[in-house]
Design a protein around this ligand. Structure first.
Ligand SMILES: Cc1cc2nc3c(=O)[nH]c(=O)nc-3n(C[C@H](O)[C@H](O)[C@H](O)COP(=O)(O)OP(=O)(O)OC[C@H]3O[C@@H](n4cnc5c(N)ncnc54)[C@H](O)[C@@H]3O)c2cc1C
Length: 413
């Protein structure tokens, strides 16, 4: 969802004389456990719509109507109607990362020729320096770092006027939910907001210079980049972030922290590739490992206590309360609550991944499911790390500031 550095958009406008822009928006979250749709968390939905409407407004300024379509049972018939009405022969889109996107593309393949572009990646897939993707991250990172060849950014294309007369577009109601005053993620969706955040984190506040020291903190807007949701929705490309960091390093300073943000982008890259390779295995209990699946007790009451932040552990509760109240949780928090669900409560990791999918503003199919597999010990692990929430709380919330913020003044709810 962006105009700048968008290979699909560039390809479409460069190669075809008429372009009909269509954006498909999910209103529900899929659950990969039983195929039933679940309601999407309100903060995730709001951010998604903000981003979509921002793109629509940007295109409207160029005399272009963006057709917004709901991802529901009418989607494929409507796409067919659009193809017929505008005599569409080619579809250009991002490389699909999820099964549902793949299915939509499958249906489009029957109507038009389809071209996919790698809009989400840092390194082009056919330029990866391996024949087989390493099973763990470190060899992947080392090999990529030694051969890093990031593509040039694409220009904003010369856009061609298109009027849809609102015949096909679905309407969406953007509901503005008040942001929690303690939210670490009080940002708005959209391309302009994404650049504002990137600019602030690097150039204005220079918070990036301390990223390696602050990234495990829990309170506030600037302990980490908060770029995840913009990357997940494509309001920013990883290529743009990469060049912004390189630019900053050249003009201001290069240190361990600036490197570490790039390091995290490589985790993102790795999980995108792992998920593409693993396909639907990422939703299976044994993940991508060929071991026998663990047995879980799956106590529903304990799961509900986890979801609502009412477990026996204040550190877990604080994180879950923040999550439901804002749609965001720090990486430290995510690792802890996931580990607690799987290893302490003995609940199927996929229940947790599904709950995250519902609420996370930065939900990304590959990052969510691969991180959950990792914590559950069924992903790209060499060892199975179990977090001790008491020690984690002592280390990362020594003054009880975070637990007090979300659980009440004494940090014990
Ligand atoms: C169980 C679990 C589920 C997660 N689900 C998601 C998800 O759905 N979407 C998502 O974007 N991130 C997910 N993460 C990864 C990580 O927690 C978030 O990317 C990060 O907290 C977002 O905040 P930030 O942008 O400030 O991160 P920063 O620390 O500033 O990191 C910069 C960027 O690097 C990437 N990154 C950081 N950590 C990771 C990681 N562990 N794996 C892969 N890429 C990473 C992200 O794109 C992030 O925006 C998950 C982590 C866990 C443990």
């Amino acid at each position: 969802m962006r105009l700048q550095d968008n290979p699909s958009l560039y390809y479409a406008y460069f190669h075809f004389w008429k372009v009909v822009p269509v954006l498909i928006i999910p209103e529900t979250a899929n659950t990969h456990l039983n195929g039933i749709e679940q309601e999407m968390g309100k903060f995730r939905q709001q951010f998604l719509l903000e981003a979509a409407l921002d793109l629509k407004a940007s295109l409207a300024k160029e005399n272009i109507d963006l057709i917004l379509l709901k991802k529901d049972e009418n989607l494929i018939p409507t796409l067919k109607e659009i193809c017929n009405a505008y005599e569409i022969e080619h579809t250009v889109t991002s490389y699909p990362r999820g099964t549902y996107e793949g299915n939509i593309l499958g249906a489009l393949c029957e109507l038009t020729a389809v071209f996919t572009c790698e809009d989400d990646n840092l390194v082009a897939m056919d330029e990866l320096p391996f024949t087989e993707l390493p099973k763990v991250f470190t060899p992947f990172r080392k090999e990529i770092e030694a051969n890093l060849d990031v593509r040039d950014m694409t220009q904003k294309p010369l856009l061609k006027k298109f009027k849809d007369c609102h015949k096909f577009t679905d309407s969406f109601e953007l509901i503005q939910h008040p942001k929690h005053p303690n939210s670490a993620f009080p940002f708005t969706g959209g391309e302009a907001a994404a650049h504002k955040r990137l600019n602030y984190y690097l150039w204005e506040s220079k918070s990036i210079l301390d990223y390696k020291q602050t990234r495990n903190e829990l309170i506030g807007e600037n302990y980490s980049s908060k770029l995840s949701a913009y990357l997940a929705l494509g309001n920013l490309s990883p290529v743009q972030v990469y060049y912004a960091i390189k630019d900053f390093e050249a003009q201001v300073e290069k240190n361990d922290s600036t490197y570490w943000l790039l390091f995290e982008l490589l985790w993102r890259e790795y999980f995108i590739l792992i998920a593409l390779q693993a396909q639907t295995k990422i939703y299976s209990p044994q993940g991508i490992q060929n071991k026998k699946a663990k047995s879980y007790t799956n106590n529903i009451q304990k799961f509900e206590q986890w979801c609502t932040g009412n477990t026996e552990h204040p550190f877990i509760n604080a994180n879950m309360k923040e999550f439901v109240a804002t749609g965001y949780m720090s990486n430290r928090g995510r690792q802890n609550v996931a580990s607690y669900l799987v290893h302490h409560l003995k609940i199927d990791w996929r229940w947790g991944a599904t709950f995250f999918e519902k609420h996370l503003i930065d939900y990304d199919i590959s990052l969510n499911w691969c991180n959950w597999m990792y914590v559950a010990g069924v992903g790209n692990n060499t060892r199975n790390k179990v977090f001790n929430p008491t020690l984690q709380q002592e280390r990362y919330d020594p003054e009880n500031a975070y637990c007090s913020l979300w659980n009440g003044s004494i940090g014990l709810d």
